[in-house]
Design a protein around this ligand. Structure first.
Ligand code: NAD
Length: 264
């Protein structure tokens, strides 16, 4: 049976997501933890995983690795992971948020060489919501103003969250709007009446909130709210493991998302 196990390297294994993913990989008989990495200052924390530890991904990959790298770190780091994966012809599941347009374009290019899946939110629930929101928007019609509010823990670096952008894009697509042109993420001062063609995407930060996203459709005499609340990080981590298994059977050619996985 050991031959069927999927080998996984976890980047950023001292971080909130990396630590959970490496722990789940170690306790799941379908996987082998082939290595973990983090900053040199943190690799002392990684001995508990009882697998090869390194502060550079290259050294783990160059040791003849074949499997999937899972990376929840920071945009530049994840891009470098994708470059290494493309060079070595191994798969990469990337959950890092906050990648700019240029970084996303490079990820698309690298995905032509090796299977890469990138999703700002690995939760199955959020991905189903991404499909549902445009349908709601279309059925309710243009009289309903669309807004989105997200809440996250106080350590989160990017704002609004990658998930909020992903959901707002899906709402904008129902009206053939470009989110970059219609998103408003700050309202301050004498701003006047709300424009018809805009989507508010607002962020709240504090405490240890894992992630709450609420989409609003505000119409004449009624409000529809659709809310997703992540109760723990485990739903993202389990989504990443499922994505690793699915991706290991895919071919390069496009930058995959969780949507591609749940459609199959
Ligand atoms: P975190 O700060 O707790 O962890 C990141 C880890 O990456 C840290 O331990 C850091 O030392 C490590 N790191 C930084 N540079 C590195 C390098 N060069 N090599 C190896 N490790 C390195 O952050 P987190 O809460 O775990 O989130 C990480 C990312 O994942 C963020 O972008 C966050 O928004 C995103 N995230 C995505 C999802 C999803 O479902 N896609 C869910 C939660 C978080």
């Amino acid at each position: 049976m050991a031959a069927n196990k999927l080998s996984v390297i976890v980047m950023g294994a001292a971080g909130r997501m990396g630590n959970l993913i490496a722990t789940l990989v170690n306790s799941n008989p379908a996987f082998t933890l082939a290595g973990v990495t983090d900053h040199s200052s943190k690799i002392g924390e990684l001995d508990k995983f009882k697998c090869p530890v390194a502060d550079k991904l290259d050294s783990l990959v160059n040791a003849g690795f074949s499997g999937v790298i899972i990376d929840f770190t920071a945009p530049e780091v994840s891009l470098n992971t994708a470059r290494i994966a493309a060079r070595a012809g191994v798969c990469a599941v990337i959950g890092t948020t906050g990648l700019n347009d240029e970084q996303q374009a490079e990820l698309w290019q690298l995905a032509q060489q090796t299977p890469i899946l990138w999703s700002a939110n690995m939760s199955i629930g959020i991905n189903v919501l991404e499909k549902l929101l445009p349908e709601l928007a279309r059925n309710l019609g243009p009289q309903y103003d669309m807004e989105l509010v997200e809440i996250h823990h106080k350590h989160k670096k990017d704002s609004p969250s990658g998930t909020a952008i992903m959901l707002a894009k899906s709402m904008a697509s129902a009206r053939s709007w470009n989110l970059d042109e219609t998103r408003v993420s700050c309202r301050d001062g004498i701003i006047g009446a709300r424009k018809e063609k805009e989507i508010g995407v607002m962020a709240v930060r504090g405490g240890d909130v894992v992630g709450i996203h609420t989409a609003y459709f505000l119409g004449p005499g009624e409000i529809i709210e659709v809310k997703h609340q992540a109760e723990s990080r485990e739903n993202f981590a389990q989504g990443a493991l499922r994505a690793a298994q699915w991706l290991s059977a895919q071919k390069p050619g496009k930058l995959y998302s969780i949507q591609d996985m749940i459609r199959n």
